[in-house]
Design a protein around this ligand. Sequence first.
Ligand SMILES: [Zn+2]
Length: 139
Amino acid sequence: MFQGRYGNDRLNRTLFIVAIAASVLSLLFSVLGVNVVPTVFSVLSWALLLAALWRMFSRNFYARQQELAGYMRFESSVKQWWKSTFHQNVGNVRSFSRERKKFKYLVCPHCAQKLRVPRGKGKLRVTCTKCGYKFEAKS
Ligand SMILES: [Zn+2]
């Protein structure tokens, strides 16, 4: 049956996955009693499934490979974007926790100003940067 047919590729796999996700969403929204939205998702799901099947049984290898190449470019740019966003966030969290280890955060008992003092220095005499109130704190 697959003789001379294009068959499966990465784009088709993604099409199938998105189609399944769309049909799950359609089911979910119809359970929730939302109008129109389930229909949109189910139409989308069927369209994607048909597109994937059509690509599998296509004899036009060149066109399918062009589509695949286009899709791979799209996928790698999405991955790049995701990586840069995600890694930035992880970096922010890391530097924040590093800062928390080095410093202790205090609140001025006089004006409630947030103050940062170095950790592990024993008892400190802290002067509030906002109101000049002096108090002692453990670091
Ligand atoms: Zn203060």
